[in-house]
Design a protein around this ligand. Structure first.
Ligand code: HEM
Length: 208
């Protein structure tokens, strides 16, 4: 048991945080004595989703940077929680806030660019979530990697959705934009090559 915990604590932590946040939102919605419980949950699910998605996106470059390969093991659960909270976000927006009034929702999508961008980001995440299992990875082979490159589009679009919202203060979405842009730069082939050759050089120096 202790050995299992030592090897899997980071995976367990992701599930504790994900499930904990979902329970917190349900409790706040039911018993939180909030003026606008639907809006509270809608905004929080959006923010939590974006944090999970950005964290999932950060796993590979950070694991390479700090040399801790096990970090990539939490990429999938982080991404799936991000997707789950994004679905909950859409559900609260469409059902609890707009009572599934499609005319209203369509108008919102047409009039507010941010809504359309958010919807595209979410739709791009659907095939990624469906094919995230090891079975699908095996079945799709090389195509799996190609398909999962959609994440390079989906996450910047999710940030753009946040940025485009009609708000006076743009500091938080801008911070997300800077983080995601830095992660994208770290994933560029040239930067990857440079950090790889630095690692190889270090290994050679240490083995002398
Ligand atoms: C991957 C998908 C998405 C992510 C990561 C996301 C994330 C966010 C974030 C971070 C916020 C701001 C939360 C805050 O201020 O605390 C937000 C607000 C919002 N989102 Fe999303 N969102 C996504 C998709 C969608 C979709 C598909 C819709 C509906 C079509 C939607 C509707 C809204 C609305 C109505 C707001 C509040 C706007 C306002 O303040 O007027 N989002 N979302």
């Amino acid at each position: 048991m202790l050995d299992w915990l030592r090897r899997n604590w980071h995976r367990l932590l992701v599930h504790v945080i994900g499930v904990g946040l979902a329970i917190w939102l349900i409790v706040m919605y039911q018993f939180g004595d909030l003026a606008l419980p639907e809006r509270f949950v809608m905004l929080r699910t959006g923010m939590i989703s974006l944090i999970f998605l950005a964290a999932s996106f950060a796993c590979t470059p950070i694991s390479k940077l700090i040399g801790w390969r096990r970090l990539t093991l939490i990429r999938r659960p982080l991404g799936l929680y991000g997707f789950g909270f994004a679905l909950a976000h859409l559900f609260v927006y469409a059902w609890l806030e707009n009572a599934l009034e499609w005319e209203l929702i369509w108008r919102d999508l047409g009039e507010r660019r941010a809504m359309l961008v958010g919807l595209i980001a979410l739709l791009l995440l659907v095939p990624l979530a469906i094919t995230s299992t090891t079975g699908w990875q095996r079945r799709l082979g090389k195509r799996w990697k190609m398909l999962h490159r959609l994440v390079y589009l989906a996450i910047p679009l999710a940030v753009a959705h946040f940025y485009l919202l009609d708000r006076d203060f743009k500091e938080v979405p801008l911070t997300f934009a800077i983080i995601v842009a830095s992660l994208l730069i770290l994933r560029l082939p040239l930067v990857k090559l440079a950090s790889h050759s630095r690692i190889v050089k270090n290994v050679k120096i240490h083995s002398k």
